[in-house]
Design a protein around this ligand. Structure first.
Ligand code: SF4
Length: 350
């Protein structure tokens, strides 16, 4: 007889777990709640850890269900306080997450896929093949493990989460939304959705879907070039999701949700750093109810020849945006010394 794979217990919602306890085991309903708390609030990563259940019941659960959990595989500490973790999945894939501390914030940058299929030319992950999507419980584990790290090292809980790690979150839509649901649920981490930002390379159809689903979190669009010719050069996804389509989708998202929208724009030397580029960016900004433009310092990677512009060029670019009343902020990189900065995640050995 073929062995059948055990069902992941975290795939069961509370009512299903209650049904299992009452109808399947002839046990009390409240047992289900106890198990559910172990799974989502107390972050048990094995049935043995559920110490208020009898040994017998723990054994029964272990014989009928699996509890696959992410494990920390390696940790690197940057001189600036940034901490990069490499996580291992039960099927031995590696994925990275980063804790970025500032005085008033502790932000987790999390991954949504193992590798990425979008091949953005400036991004280390884009040079890895996409292996698979992360499941919702794996994404949840990333956040839990980074939160524990934040409490251990900085004695503070996470204040913010950005989906800007490996992978395109909107191409793993169902798992990302379900993970956010658990992260924001009082039965889970109870974080405010306003403290979560999902960043996309620009999948117009799914941006509209976020609007239809009336999500409560913030959205960031990785623009990085302000005309289709240049954007096509560095982000192949622009072929099927051009700037006009993205502007339309972002407006729809805003109309449906009223949620904050941010543009992300990495400055590349002599590619998108001229005042003419800034003018094109301003034009796009005026067509979308965006709150903010994050101008991001580029972090060189081995696979690409982009460079970061000189300081005076960055300054002129910023001044031009300011003069034109664009709410723009310059984001300096964090964790560069451990390849944890924006666009550098690629499971590289330390
Ligand atoms: S920038 Fe994001 S979408 Fe583009 S290749 Fe990297 S991980 Fe994928």
């Amino acid at each position: 007889m073929l062995a059948t794979a055990k069902k992941n217990i975290r795939a069961l919602e509370l009512p299903e777990l209650e049904q299992y306890f009452v109808e399947g085991l002839g046990d009390k309903k409240f047992r289900a709640k106890q198990v559910y708390e172990w799974l989502w609030q107390k972050h048990a990563h094995s049935f043995d850890a559920m110490t208020n259940l009898s040994k017998e019941l723990r054994g029964t659960l272990a014989s009928q269900f699996s509890l696959p959990a992410l494990q920390v595989d390696a940790t690197q500490y940057s001189a600036d306080g940034t901490i990069k973790s490499r996580f291992k999945t039960v099927d031995a894939h590696l994925v990275e997450g980063v804790l970025i501390p500032t005085d008033d914030r502790k932000t987790a940058c999390v991954s949504s896929q193992i590798g990425c299929s979008l091949s953005c030319k400036f991004c280390a992950t884009g040079y890895m093949a996409r292996k698979r999507n992360l499941d919702f419980d794996e994404i949840y584990d990333e956040v839990v493990l980074i939160n524990q790290q934040s409490e251990r090292v900085y004695e503070k809980k996470l204040s913010n989460i950005v989906f800007m790690g490996m992978g395109e979150p909107l191409l793993n839509y169902r798992n990302v939304l379900k993970a956010i649901d658990k992260i924001t649920s009082p039965d889970g981490l109870g974080m405010s959705p306003r403290r979560i930002t999902v960043s996309t390379a620009g999948v117009a159809k799914m941006i509209r879907q976020l609007g239809d689903d009336k999500v409560k979190f913030k959205l960031a669009l990785s623009l990085h070039a302000a005309n289709d010719t240049k954007r096509h050069e560095i982000m192949p996804i622009n072929d099927t999701n051009n700037i006009a389509a993205l502007i339309e989708a972002l407006n729809y998202f805003y109309k449906q949700t009223g949620n904050e929208i941010t543009f992300e724009y990495i400055l590349f030397k002599e590619f998108n750093d001229s005042l003419r580029d800034a003018d094109e960016l301003i034009k796009i900004y005026r067509q979308v109810p965006a709150d903010l433009v994050n101008i991001i310092e580029y972090n060189p990677i081995d696979m690409a020849s982009f460079r970061k512009p000189e300081e005076d060029v960055v300054e002129k670019f910023m001044q031009h945006l300011e003069k034109n009343r664009v709410n723009a902020r310059l984001r300096r990189s964090r964790g560069k010394d451990i390849d944890a900065a924006c666009g550098q995640l690629a499971n590289k050995e330390s």
